[in-house]
Design a protein around this ligand. Sequence first.
Ligand code: KG4
Length: 381
Amino acid sequence: MIILGIETSCDDTGISLMDESPEKVRILANSVSCQEKIHSPYGGVFPALAKREHQKNILPLLKKALKKANLLKKEEGSLDLSKIKKLENVLERYPDLLSEMKSFFSNYKKPEIDKIVVTVGPGLEPCLWVGINFARALSLYWEIDVIPVNHLEGHLLSNLLDQNPAIPFPSIGLIVSGGNTQIILIEKLGKYKVIGETRDDAAGECFDKTARLLGLGYPGGKKISELAKRFKESSFDIRLPRPMIHEKNLDFSFSGLKTAVLYETKKRKKEVLESAEYRIEIAKEIENAIVEVIAKKIEKSIERFDAKGIVVGGGVSANKKLRSDLKKLARTKRISITFPKIRYTGDNASMIAIVPHFSKNKKVVNWKSLRPNSNLKINGR
Ligand code: KG4
């Protein structure tokens, strides 16, 4: 079975093609179009621009992925007129995409795709709509079933892409990205309970906002961690808070950390702020503060739920210090730990395509009933 995955929940457009058999899954194409450069001047994702970029990129990405998977076959034909009205309704807000889709449908043969899997939330609603309407258009025109998927479950199951870790139950799931920071009790694949989450900014958002304060550009996580790696010794004695680290609950709050960075930088002279030594030292302290709080809350979660493993996902799971501190914790607790391959840490459609294979969450719906839910939860709290 060939599965088409579609992801547009934030600022990455993702298309994936996956070959699925009962025994295994194989990714045939994982195409992602990142919008980092476009959002960089705003220091964060600008939803209207993100939506426009998804509209522009989604069909070219599908063609690229089909070509890579050897599923793109030219065929001069005519449009199926019985479906045109519906297609026009679905894509009425995206006139350019509609006309590109019409020419695509009339110039290419229906590919051997058996199912479409699409992110319906959580995420930015205008962005989610682009992926959903694209899925609806393909589903109605090619008459292919669609399965709606939760983006957060995708981040957890990204651990099962191109690797085969044993996930014991219960495990503690940690999703750390630009939009989400959650601790999830994984009772089994498909059965989740949120046991901790951020009360304000996500961990990635904290990296991004503090990087912006330091003039490092967007997205900031990678830039901060690259600077932090160069740290050798302290000259400025920078101390940032570790918000909520001593509280018993498993929640986070990262917005105070951003404010603390702002006050710290205000104390400094321009020459200091611009010096490499200061930037390296404050980057190291920001990374330490975020990672230490996360590691402490994960330790508490393991103890409270007698967890047998840790499963990490999301853009921030690419962070080397987070990986090494959590690995140390897992060793101390004698439990397993798994991270996604780096190429699957950021938003991508392969992590979406894979969800119905491993999870009980695989309900086929009619394309007409597909709707975004920007606040979709992975499960109750
Ligand atoms: O999962 P993702 O691609 O998108 C969202 O759904 O948000 O995550 C993007 C986030 C950004 O905030 C980015 O700064 C952060 O992941 N990030 C990192 C690293 N690489 C990406 N944060 C810390 N260290 C990194 N190496």
